[in-house]
Design a binder for this molecule. Structure first.
Ligand SMILES: Cc1cc2nc3c(=O)[nH]c(=O)nc-3n(C[C@H](O)[C@H](O)[C@H](O)COP(=O)(O)OP(=O)(O)OC[C@H]3O[C@@H](n4cnc5c(N)ncnc54)[C@H](O)[C@@H]3O)c2cc1C
Length: 474
């Protein structure tokens, strides 16, 4: 038997549709799956880190069911991998690629070091449908606008998802593993963990069931209903895609089957899935999208910083019902409806003229479906500083938006206790989830609007129109 292969598991916590695993099984080698709690993983936002811990636990159980294990180790990735290579006599380390700048820097260094030590170090596709460098414009550049990107990929052949292996060969002796509980992945969630746990949908089997349920029902009406936040009209798969509990090829082929079956909303669903690909395309070609204005002409725009207004926004206490319902939805469920994300991002960056990075960081802290590419693209789109961005004079009016997309106030009442006659579970849960130090009281009256919408819109339009004059709006 050849020496074992170490599978460095990161955001590919699944057995099905996993290209790395297919190769590992074909190789006939024993496989040692390891998950490493390194500095990059430690740095995740509170909700994402907690949710990742749940995913790791679920995946460890799935591996055990096929005769394998998930070894848990803590420390710098290269050091941990070197140690494990020595312990099990491994000849190879394989992993599925990630694309954010921190992961790319780490993985590049790990690959170079392992190879220089004579080991096979291989990165695989799996997180995306199309590797970002395989999609190019006619001139050989990258796409900066979504629609031509979609046109260039929509007819590509996407390989069908591979089946999960029934068994996975292990090493002769399993190396020791940390205890996941000792890592305290949920520590920063405090009392929020119990609230969000009710809404989380964890693990590969749950993700597959979620896809199947979506394809059985909501996909048909997806195009018409996807903008109504009170309805269960979207797939909610972002939570599973981000940890790799489901592969994008499975989702793509599911959407394709629905399209072939004549389900009206299927093409629109596939287009949304390709927005995720586009976000990664941008992240790969312009990694500064996560930290700096994508368009440098925004660099001298005098955004307001992280002050009292932003704090009211974070707390869901702006007095603007669509905004507050959405911010509370995020605190209670760990996710937020797409239409609501657009509204709260527009409100923060336009009505409150606050730096988009303030919002980006708060989403990073609170979302269980946090994704480095989609979050950065979404925020820069809303602020106007990104590629394919909302035009600067497009200031969403949260009042007319809520009348249009939540006409019966179901969403508002679900999350804002102060507006409901008899507050339901989720509205009350918000007050259980937030830090006690915020001093929020479900019995207090709903706050008054912090900004008159017309005044805020005018101020935003003036500031945006003068954005190159360097006027200070602080
Ligand atoms: C300010 C802002 C921040 C965002 N932050 C994130 C984030 O951290 N993580 C995240 O996954 N998405 C983010 N999005 C995109 C989008 O809101 C979510 O992907 C979507 O709400 C997830 O719900 P769903 O799974 O039901 O999507 P569905 O409507 O069922 O769509 C299917 C899949 O397509 C992808 N998708 C859909 N819309 C988008 C989009 N606009 N951009 C990129 N991919 C998309 C997702 O992977 C999604 O799961 C953000 C959008 C905005 C405006």
């Amino acid at each position: 038997m050849t020496n074992p292969l170490i599978w460095w598991v990161r955001r590919d916590l699944r057995l099905r549709d996993n290209p790395l695993l297919v190769q590992a099984v074909v190789s006939g080698r024993a496989v040692v799956p390891v998950f490493i709690l390194d500095a990059e993983t430690e740095a995740l936002g509170a909700a994402a880190k907690w949710r990742l811990g749940l995913s790791v636990a679920a995946f460890a159980r799935d591996l055990e069911a096929i005769g394998s294990r998930l070894v848990l180790r803590r420390g710098p990735a290269l050091e941990v991998l070197r140690g494990l290579v020595a312990e099990v006599g491994a000849g190879a380390v394989h992993w599925a690629r990630l694309y954010d700048p921190a992961s790319v820097a780490r993985d590049t260094a790990v690959k170079a070091a392992l190879r220089s030590e004579g080991l096979e170090a291989v990165s695989h596709a799996g997180h995306l449908l199309f590797e970002p460098w395989t999609v190019a414009t006619g001139q050989g550049g990258f796409y900066k606008v979504y629609t031509p990107f979609w046109r260039s990929v929509k007819d590509r052949d996407v390989a069908g998802p591979s089946a999960a292996p029934r068994a996975l060969l292990g090493p002769q002796a399993w190396p020791a593993s940390d205890d996941l509980a000792d890592w305290r992945m949920g520590a920063a969630m405090n009392r929020g963990a119990g609230v969000v746990a009710v809404h989380a949908c964890v693990g590969e089997a749950a993700a597959q069931a979620r896809l199947a349920a979506f394809l059985d029902g909501p996909v048909g009406g997806y195009k018409e209903r996807r903008d109504f936040p009170a309805e269960a009209a979207t797939s909610r798969l972002s939570e599973n895609l981000t940890y790799g509990e489901i592969g994008p090829r499975d989702v793509w082929h599911g959407g394709m089957r629905a399209l072939q079956d004549g389900r009206a909303g299927a093409e629109h669903f596939l287009k949304e899935l390709v927005w995720r690909e586009f976000a990664y395309h941008l992240l790969h070609h312009t990694p500064h999208i996560t930290t700096q204005n994508w368009r440098p002409e925004w660099d001298n725009f005098a955004w307001r910083g992280d002050g009292a207004d932003a704090e009211r926004w974070r707390r869901g206490m702006t007095g603007e019902p669509f905004v507050d319902a959405a911010m509370r939805e995020m605190y209670v469920t760990g996710t937020m409806h797409n239409r609501a994300r657009m509204i709260v991002a527009s409100y923060l960056t336009k009505h409150l003229l606050t730096d988009w990075r303030v919002g980006l960081r708060w989403f990073e802290e609170c979302l269980i479906d946090w994704d480095p590419a989609a979050n950065a693209m979404g925020w820069q789109w809303a602020a106007g500083s990104g590629p394919d961005a909302a035009l600067y004079f497009r200031v969403f009016n949260p009042e007319t938006q809520v009348e249009k997309f939540d006409p019966k106030a179901v969403y508002r009442h679900r999350f804002i206790a102060e507006l409901a006659n008899v507050p339901g579970r989720d509205a009350r849960a918000f007050f259980d989830a937030v830090p006690r130090a915020w001093g929020l009281d479900a019995g207090a009256p709903y706050p008054r609007r912090m900004v008159d919408l017309a005044v805020g819109r005018k101020r935003a339009l003036e500031a945006y129109a003068q954005r190159n004059s360097g006027i200070d709006h602080a």
